[in-house]
Design a protein around this ligand. Sequence first.
Ligand code: PXP
Length: 248
Amino acid sequence: MLKLGVNIDHVATVREARYRGLGHGEPCPVMAAKISEAAGAHGITAHLREDRRHIQDRDIWRLRESIQTRFNLEMANSPEIVAIALRLKPHIVCLVPERRQEVTTEGGLDVIAAEKSLTKTRQQMQAAGIEVSLFIAPDPQQIEASARVGAQFIELHTGQFAEHFYDTEKCEFELQRLIDGAKQAHSLGLQVNAGHGLNYENTKTIFRVPHLVELNIGHSIVSRAVFVGFETAVKEMLAVMQGYRSPA
Ligand code: PXP
């Protein structure tokens, strides 16, 4: 079964638009997490950014207390955030780029450039019982480097696929890269997640990608929730995701 991790960052984005710096306010990301889990989500994802643009420190500690499924903390590989993660002990961290020099041309983490420090962080996380995922473009060299780092998971960046969804030729090209990347990662012993830009329309097309464990989806769920409510938005995404069978 393909799992759904609900990214609740944009619930906090709406709250911060009105209540920044006040330490309270609505809508509450923890409530979004609870409703997502009750609706059947398999995990909750939140990104504690260095600039604290949406999720705040208090949110991650409250999430840690309340999440009953799996807590995936998205984070930069920076000393401040690594120290927080080691104390917080989420189930898994997904290391993502936040600064220009950490990003490949396609927007994923440049694992090759940061192999040494990513390996150190992976070792620290492993010692604390935290799994590690690396958010990367479906680039063969980045996938090989991710295996060398010793991460348990990669999360394939589906942003280019989503961006070109309405251009048949480009979309097919991006889809093929995701298919090849998933096969390569699987052959190297990596587990494969995917995310970014997935929505109610394009997610079924991702079914052609083999070996997928989990999709992390945020913006489209939060957007739909504005009109139909969070519970229905999550249930509708789970319904879209039903029936995934890894192609051979
Ligand atoms: N996965 C990762 C690593 C991300 O950084 C994001 C965006 O925060 C997502 C998934 C979710 O993307 P979206 O909000 O477009 O669904």
